[in-house]
Write a protein that binds this ligand. Structure first.
Ligand code: UDX
Length: 436
């Protein structure tokens, strides 16, 4: 592999992970951001994103001289071999991806790119964007390449350095393979294809995961109605290698910076071609329905009236291991509870900032104080290790609603509380599955 000079535009969790990891593979990487404070902090090795291993990689890159941070894309790209676009593409009007940040960067760098440089989109962009960027650049000597990322928040560095696959697509012959070669030392299988196919892989994969979760949440609901146990059902499904064991955990619904935005965007894209994609539409609707079912369970637990009920929430971010509140199902549940007049106190090990209408406290015990019900919304392992006797003493009511099936029900029962999971028999009726 030849070491390349790479510029990464955008230092969010995708951009920063991409930059730091590419530097660790031996490339020389300049990361660009418009935020001068952020650039100064990163240049001093200060990483504000909660991402295991990232701060260490940034420090190593800075010390080794392979990684630097600057403001100003136009200047930075002047001697680049490849420019990776990692700027946000949030959900815009009508559910479609908002491409303004991507287009602004492309316009800014167009006249400054050296001949034969490649522009690579890592941001999740609608199918057809790679071709549109080519038109916007208006330069036949620049190849535009789609190279979607599949990084999960909280494990982004491991996902980057140990990928299941590398996907690269371009309509310029040879360009996609050249970008795939930048990752050669990772030894992952690569899919080298045209631009539209690479763009679609990202949506197809994320939407499949979202559908899988909506499906499993529906099966969990059926388990409750039939008196079955979702743990046994998913165990039985997961051994089938065609299905696999991952993404089979029911929860309060899927959220985060990717799945909600990507499902809406693919639905809109698909509708724009005249294809309704009802399967995906149903998966999105089921995700909202799951949240409603959780709210209804909480309401039942407090006697039917949420007004003035005190609810203690464990978890606010969209999953454990992150402080990201974007499209968080936990935050969604909290705001509906508030809207119904409930008094909501929440604890999340990674979230300290106040949230509208919610009292954010610094321990699970404080969140439980005086609560009519405690609701587990993210799967932080530390919630399993709580002293549930102490929790019970703090609480006013006795219901623990565990929307992640995280806790050991017996521990909660032993503390004199009642435990209710998702898709599981109530603890008293529970039969421990025997798996051999
Ligand atoms: C996701 C994709 O996994 C990743 O490939 C893509 O690049 C970005 O979007 P991320 O948003 O970080 O990553 O979160 P992920 O770990 O995939 O979880 C997504 C949502 O599904 C979370 O709300 C999570 O709590 C939920 N989830 C996940 C479940 O409810 N059950 C599961 O079994 C897995």
């Amino acid at each position: 592999m030849n070491a390349a000079r790479i510029v990464v535009v955008g230092t969010g969790y995708v951009g920063l992970t991409t930059g730091a990891c590419l530097a660790s593979l031996g490339h020389t990487v300049t990361c660009v951001d418009v935020d001068t404070v952020k650039v100064a902090r990163l240049s001093a090795g200060r990483v504000d994103i909660l991402e295991p291993g990232l701060a260490e990689l940034v420090a190593r890159g800075l010390t080794g001289g392979t990684l630097s941070f600057v403001v100003g894309a136009a200047e930075a790209v002047r001697d680049a071999d490849a420019v990776f676009l990692c700027v946000p593409t949030p959900m815009g009007a009508g559910g479609a991806a908002d491409l303004r940040a991507v287009e602004d960067v492309v316009t800014e760098i167009a006249d400054h790119l050296p001949p034969d440089c490649a522009v690579v989109t890592k941001s999740t962009v609608p199918v057809g964007t790679t071709r549109r960027i080519s038109a916007l650049l208006g330069r036949s000597d620049i190849a535009v390449v789609s190279n979607p990322e599949f990084l999960r928040e909280g494990t982004a560095v491991d996902d980057f350095l140990g990928p299941d696959r590398i996907v690269v697509g371009s309509d310029t012959p040879g360009a996609a393979q050249w970008i795939a070669d930048l990752y050669a030392s990772l030894g992952a299988p690569s899919v080298v294809t045209d631009a539209a196919s690479a763009e679609l892989v990202k949506y197809a994969a994320n939407c499949f995961l979202a559908m899988k979760l909506s499906y499993v949440n529906s099966i969990a609901e059926l388990c409750e109605r039939f008196g079955a146990d979702i743990e046994s059902v998913t165990e039985g499904m997961g051994h089938d290698r065609r299905i696999g064991r991952s993404f089979l955990k029911p929860g309060p619904g899927w959220g985060g910076s990717c799945l909600p935005k990507d499902t809406s965007a693919l639905l809109r894209m698909s509708e724009s071609t005249g294809f309704g994609f009802e399967l995906l539409d149903a998966a999105i609707a089921e995700n909202l329905a799951q949240r409603e079912r959780i709210i209804a369970k909480i309401a039942r637990a407090v006697g039917g009236n949420l007004a003035d009920a005190r609810i203690g929430l464990l978890g606010l971010a969209f999953k454990a291991g992150t402080n990201d509140l974007r499209d968080s199902p936990a935050l969604g549940v909290a705001s509906v509870l508030c809207a119904h007049g409930a008094e909501v106190t929440a604890y999340d090990p990674a979230v300290a900032e106040e949230q509208p209408g919610i009292l954010v406290v610094d321990s699970a015990y404080r969140a439980a104080k005086g609560a009519d019900a405690v609701v587990v919304l993210t799967e932080w392992p530390e919630f399993r290790r709580l002293d549930w006797h102490y929790m019970a003493e703090s609480m006013h009511g006795d219901t623990v609603l565990d929307t992640r099936n995280l806790l050991d029900p017996d521990t909660v029962l032993d503390a004199g509380l009642s435990w209710q999971g998702i898709g599981r028999p109530r603890a008293v009726e529970r039969v421990t599955p025997i798996v051999s």
